[in-house]
Design a protein around this ligand. Structure first.
Ligand code: SAH
Length: 218
């Protein structure tokens, strides 16, 4: 009991340091985004053997050959998406569930799709335990989006396709934002922010070079 309490105090400290040194110091400004990063217990989303690295300044392995993104990249993508309290979000690549949890604090509902059964069910169990009631997940290929719940105000892809899947652009609401790392496998990709204006026109902006695991087709 005492050990658990001490552990959770240590994690809170590590998380404060993460937010100060990796997030705020590098220019993330949206106070709601900073608050969400401060509140979500990132270490719980990381399997035991890797947990000591939970607040490191880099991606961490979550099993099945997959990774949870670097905290700064999670914050940057979240801020660029300009999440609003009423927004409905689609995420492709649930992984640990961490990015979904961060977004769920900022929007009305997050729909998230994960190809790997084990990761999907672990994330679902943890999110349930942490009492997130505005996240709906399913196992499967996210390439075609989730038409039953479309359109979305925000689409976030956390694995890299070689080209942007057309269905994801189609399922974006006018005024909607899509963020996706685009490029070849296992090398540098370009993080792109796509915006659909009120008339349905698409504008795309290159944000930064990044490295994500590939979006796989089953
Ligand atoms: N957002 C995650 C990190 C995801 S890593 C987090 O916060 O932890 C990328 C994830 O995308 C991996 O779990 C991988 O299994 C998943 N993935 C890869 N291809 C996919 C596809 N076609 N559909 C859905 N998920 C996919």
């Amino acid at each position: 009991m005492l050990r658990r309490l001490l552990h959770s105090v240590a994690s809170d400290d590590a998380r404060e340091t993460m937010v100060r040194e990796q997030i705020a110091a590098r220019g993330i400004r949206d106070p709601r985004v900073i608050e969400a990063l401060r509140e979500v217990p990132r270490h719980l989303f990381i399997p035991e053997p890797e947990r000591p690295r939970a607040y490191d300044d880099g991606p961490v392995s979550i099993g099945q050959g997959q990774t949870i993104s670097q905290p700064y990249i999670v914050a940057l993508m979240t801020e660029l998406l300009r999440p609003q309290p009423g927004d409905r979000v689609l995420e492709i690549g649930t992984g640990s569930g961490y990015q979904a949890a961060v977004l769920a604090r900022l929007v009305s509902h997050v729909y998230t799709i994960e190809l790997e059964e084990t990761l999907a069910s672990n994330a679902a169990a943890l999110l349930r335990e942490l009492k997130y009631e505005n996240i709906t997940g399913r196992t499967g290929d996210g390439y075609a989006g989730w038409p039953e719940h479309a359109p979305f105000d925000i689409v976030i892809v956390t694995a890299a396709p070689e080209q942007i899947p057309q269905p994801l652009i189609e399922q974006l609401q006018p005024g909607g934002r899509l963020i996706v790392p685009v490029g070849p496998r296992f090398t540098v990709q370009q993080l792109q922010l796509i915006e659909k204006d009120a008339a349905g026109a698409i504008r795309s902006r290159d944000i930064a070079p990044v490295m994500f695991v590939p979006l796989r087709r089953p």
